[in-house]
Design a protein around this ligand. Structure first.
Ligand SMILES: [Zn+2]
Length: 259
């Protein structure tokens, strides 16, 4: 992984500004992992992709995550801290050889059907979202959009040695396949169980590193541009000169302006 400079991170942010979240995640990863071909990034399973986003987040902003949620029953606001390592289920998974194009294929024999499949990747999610205008988070029930996702991931369908169509598969088979996909890519689906301290209501939230990290990069970029503006106005330095300063020096010079 490459350590991004202030200038590089601002450039990545600018490239991602008018893009959907899935593209933003891939743009961030392409900048931070130039050793991985962009096609491979897009074809990674969501869990593998999220593992890399977590590595990038640790490099940019550290291990500690401040999370917030609002209780759906009483509207109490919860705030708690996690460590990224709490969510990184299997570091080995993200350290798999990513440099050569590779497609992991899996078998499933259920209900008299023999299936060959792969894990969903960013391209699959993008295709399903584009055709249904849905959020990535809503893809975990067996809805038309999930049927479409499963159909994209199926490489071969056979019944007793004869080929058959996706449409012929009974729901029970699709449910089993769906459960296998989740079990094979646990990093793709990080859920947190919350209990409201006020009313004791219990519920589950999804932790989505892509949107979490993008929000942080966006906040950081807006603060950085503000800093550049202030220092340029006060000292007459160029944007590049200011971005090349270490964070400590930028802070010190900002502090001196008020002195
Ligand atoms: Zn509550």
């Amino acid at each position: 992984m490459k350590v991004l400079s202030a200038d590089e991170l601002l450039t990545v942010w600018e490239q991602g500004l008018n893009q959907p979240l899935l593209r933003r995640a891939l743009i961030l990863l392409a900048a931070a992992f130039p050793e991985i071909p962009p096609d491979n990034l897009a074809q990674m399973s969501i869990g593998q992709r999220d593992g890399l986003l977590m590595q990038l987040r640790e490099c940019l902003f550290g291990q500690a995550l401040l999370n917030t949620a609002v209780c759906p029953e009483c509207a109490e606001r919860l705030e708690w801290q996690n460590l990224l390592s709490d969510f990184l289920l299997s570091p080995d998974q993200t350290k798999a050889p990513l440099h050569k194009a590779q497609l992991h294929e899996f078998d499933l024999d259920t209900g008299g059907y023999q299936l060959l499949f792969r894990l969903p990747n960013s391209l699959d999610i993008a295709a399903v979202i584009n055709s249904h205008h849905l959020q990535e988070q809503q893809l975990h029930q067996l809805q038309p959009q999930q049927r479409q996702l499963l159909s994209r991931c199926l490489l071969k369908i056979e019944q007793e040695g004869n080929g058959c169509d996706f449409e012929e598969l009974p729901d029970a088979v699709l449910q089993t396949l769906s459960a296998r996909l989740e079990a094979l890519d646990p990093q793709a689906d990080i859920r947190l169980n919350l209990t409201c301290p006020e009313c004791a209501h219990e519920w589950t939230v999804l932790f989505d590193i892509a949107s979490f990290l993008w929000t942080e990069v966006n906040d950081w970029s807006e603060r950085m541009l503000q800093t550049v503006y202030q220092l340029a106005a006060a000292y007459g330095w160029s944007e590049q000169e200011i971005l090349r300063l270490s964070p400590v020096r930028r802070q010190l010079y900002l502090g001196l302006m008020g002195a």
